[in-house]
Design a protein around this ligand. Structure first.
Ligand code: NAD
Length: 480
């Protein structure tokens, strides 16, 4: 157990951003923000309540009247302004992400940069999306759905805010953002950056608070037409159920247990380092993390050696150090969760190849775990089925390509997957049979115009590019 103490200077946050201004919170509950590298309280945040949320929704509703009538050109200009404003804060946003939740420096910057890119991508997506089409006596327009509630997870808060806001603005929606309460410091820096973009008052509003108060009000309020959520399956289910009462349009970006299939013709000196990057992305606290590594039985010994070699690079420690690959878990609770899964893996008969239980030597003060690789994992074991959200990789051996595909798809999730192989035609054939919203071949790569989202329990709907914008639009047909 890490002891919680106070840092020398503690920041205090007491405001939300409503109708173009920072306003004092009506909610009075105060939450501590604890630095995960040393367990010290670094900030105190006053949490918003239902009344703060209703004020923000009312501001968004007022702004919707004008904003929903803006043209493509006007919205494109706003997106460029947002892009410029957030670009100017990349360093500050990266630093606060490292401090507040221990994101490793190289990943934190990537996340923030991806957020900035989202505005440019939405502008491009908007240009490619016909908002009006006619044939015969029929005209179809795509109209903004209304006020949207944007609820984010903590693990890449800056990216989720930018991504959801970019799509909503492109569509002509106004929004109330409910960032993760665990990202309050990051959110403050983000709002200050967004504020510099000079959008009309009320187009975006931000209320920091708990999911069960601020989030729940967004889900139940009849003036909110759409909820776009990134987070856990459990909360996603609640949102879908509770949102039904007001017929909310819902986008859910949920968890994953993503497979990486190494085909038997793969060059292991490239495939294994790529697979490790996928697995230990953001210290394993990533929805897309490739946490099941499927390898041919015939090459298992080679794979084990390549993993042991590759894992030497996965140094654990101070996330501000650019050479560190794995930082702390975000909280004491997350630390305990990851440790309990490592214990469970051992109890169920998997073999620890690298890492194991307990804190790494010399890192007793924070929420650090050992990056862990299990071998001899069966796909029905808990560690192969449940999302751990930490640096734990399960290696599963298969006999044939068909078996690899079957194991990959034998999961309640279907968010992301990867195929590694030399014969590209074969890799594509395997990719086409995977039940996942996105499949990468041979490397972790991104395209901001490509849709992002999950099959099965990984979610409902898509984000990014024109797919993300469509999620904030309603088609309307006028027939003469
Ligand atoms: P979480 O579900 O606990 O919280 C997410 C957000 O929902 C927070 O802002 C929280 O305050 C809010 N919330 C909680 N209860 C609510 C309620 N009843 N009504 C409305 N809002 C409520 O998730 P987390 O711990 O912040 O994030 C980790 C999870 O997010 C993992 O499962 C991860 O896989 C998933 N995730 C998915 C993606 C994706 O793109 N698919 C990306 C990142 C994270």
């Amino acid at each position: 157990m890490t002891t919680v103490t106070q840092a020398d200077t503690i920041k205090t946050l007491t405001t939300h951003y409503i109708d173009g201004a920072f306003v004092e919170s009506h909610g009075r509950e105060v939450m501590d923000i604890i630095k995960p590298t040393n367990g010290k309280v670094i900030a105190r945040v006053t949490l918003g309540d239902e009344e703060d949320t209703r004020r923000a929704i009312a501001a968004a509703k007022r702004a919707f009247v004008e904003f929903s009538r803006t043209t493509k050109e006007e919205r494109s200009r706003y997106l460029r302004q947002l892009h410029e404003a957030v670009s100017a804060s990349i360093d500050d946003l990266t630093d606060v992400m490292i401090e507040e939740y221990g994101g490793v420096a190289r990943f934190a910057r990537l996340i923030v940069e991806s957020g900035v890119t989202a505005f440019a991508a939405a502008e491009k997506g908007l240009q490619e999306l016909p908002l009006k089409q006619s044939w015969g006596k029929t005209t179809v327009t795509l109209e903004p759905v209304g006020v949207a509630g944007l609820i984010t997870a903590w693990n890449a808060n800056a990216l989720f805010i930018c991504l959801k806001l970019a799509s909503a603005v492109a569509a002509g929606c106004t929004v109330v953002i409910k960032p993760s309460e665990m990202s309050s410091l990051q959110t403050r820096v983000m709002v200050e950056a967004l504020n510099a973009a000079g959008l009309p008052n009320g187009v975006y509003n931000m209320v920091t608070g708990l999911g069960t108060t601020v989030g729940a009000e967004l889900v139940r309020n009849p003036d909110v037409a759409k909820v776009s959520f990134t987070g856990s399956v459990a909360v996603g289910e609640t949102i879908m159920r509770d949102g039904a009462a007001t017929m909310k349009r819902i986008t859910l970006e949920l968890g994953g247990k993503s497979p990486t299939i190494v085909l038997d013709d793969a060059a292991l000196d490239k495939a294994i380092p790529s697979a490790l990057i996928l697995a230990f992305l953001n210290s394993g606290q990533a929805c897309a993390a490739g946490t099941r590594l499927l390898v041919p039985k015939s090459r298992l010994d080679e794979v084990k050696r390549a993993i042991q070699e590759g894992m030497r690079a996965y140094t654990v420690g101070d996330p501000a150090d650019p050479n560190i690959m794995v930082g702390p878990m975000v909280s004491q609770k997350q630390y305990q969760r990851v440790e309990s899964y490592i214990r469970k893996g051992i109890e169920e008969g998997a073999e620890v190849l690298v890492g194991g239980e307990g804190r790494p030597k010399g890192l007793e003060a924070g929420y650090f775990v050992k990056p862990t690789v299990f071998v001899n994992v069966k796909n029905d074991m808990t560690i192969a089925q449940e999302e751990i959200f930490g640096p734990v990789l399960s290696v599963i051996a298969y006999d044939s390509e068909d078996e690899a595909i079957r194991i990959a798809n034998d999961s309640k999730y279907g968010l992301h997957s990867a195929v590694m192989g030399t014969d590209l035609e074969r890799a594509r054939r395997v990719a086409s049979q995977l039940r996942a919203g996105r499949v990468v071949i041979n490397n972790m790569t991104d395209d901001p115009q490509a849709p992002w989202g999950g099959f099965k329990y990984s979610g409902v709907g898509r984000e990014y590019g024109k797919y993300g914008i469509e999620a904030f639009l309603e088609p309307k047909a006028i027939l003469e």
